[in-house]
Design a protein around this ligand. Structure first.
Ligand SMILES: C[S@@+](CC[C@H](N)C(=O)[O-])C[C@H]1O[C@@H](n2cnc3c(N)ncnc32)[C@H](O)[C@@H]1O
Length: 210
């Protein structure tokens, strides 16, 4: 990242709306208790998810990859009282921080956490979702897309993070870069989907199922 890009990212964060106390709690705990906090989605991505949920009047969300629950909490705060998020995670340390954050936010009742490998979990996911946030296990993105597309309701959104893979999609030198590129191509070529790819952070695509 060039100096100007880094400064603009900071500037963008500074001009997003203030985080709730629960989101501040999760960000602080993540930075203090874990060696790597860079997986946390942050104000731009989580803020956009909130706006999409609010403007779309969405009620049912599936998140693949919860980490410490930053985006989960942001989305839960934006959902109406009868809204619900199912989120998938396999790391109990991360899930412990998330659980504390959900309590601070008072959103525990809106969230179901399914622990274990999301590759397995998605095979048994039922129902239909207004929004699916894909944010884990990047080399499996094409497979998640194949399995979860039928679970996205017509008019619903698939939001996928890290679609640039830190520039790797331009060089295609490693497995994850090739998988993410394959996923981006699948979405682009799928006539059922209307896609916009944004340069937020490490790339975020938003696809609406027609
Ligand atoms: C980028 S982080 C998610 C960030 C989170 N959505 C947020 O907004 O802060 C990816 C998470 O997916 C989890 N993960 C990776 N592979 C997984 C798998 N196969 N099954 C379940 N969770 C997985 C990791 O443990 C990590 O917590």
């Amino acid at each position: 990242m060039t100096d100007t890009t880094a400064l603009l990212q900071k500037y963008a964060d500074q001009h997003c709306s203030e985080e709730s106390d629960a989101l501040k709690f999760i960000a602080k705990a993540t930075h203090e208790e874990l060696q790597y906090a860079d997986m946390l989605s942050g104000k731009q991505v989580a803020g956009l998810l909130r706006l999409l949920i609010q403007t779309g009047g969405f009620k049912s969300v599936l998140e693949v990859g919860m980490f410490t629950g930053y985006a989960t909490t942001a989305m839960a705060e934006a959902l109406p009282a009868d809204g619900h998020i199912t989120t998938l995670e396999m790391n109990t340390l991360y899930a412990g921080i998330a659980a504390r954050g959900f309590k601070v936010a008072g959103v525990e009742d809106k969230i179901t956490v399914i622990m274990g490998s999301a590759r397995e979990t998605v095979l048994n996911i039922e129902g239909s979702f207004d929004l699916i946030f894909l944010d884990a296990d990047k080399q499996w993105y094409p497979e998640y897309y194949r399995v979860l597309k039928p679970r996205l309701r017509s008019g619903g959104l698939l939001v996928s993070d890290n679609v640039f893979w830190y520039g790797g999609v331009l060089e295609l030198e490693d497995r994850k870069s090739r998988a993410i590129h394959a996923f981006n191509e699948m979405l682009h070529e799928d006539e059922d989907m209307e896609v916009v790819m944004l340069g937020i952070r490490d790339g975020l695509s938003i696809a609406r199922k027609r």
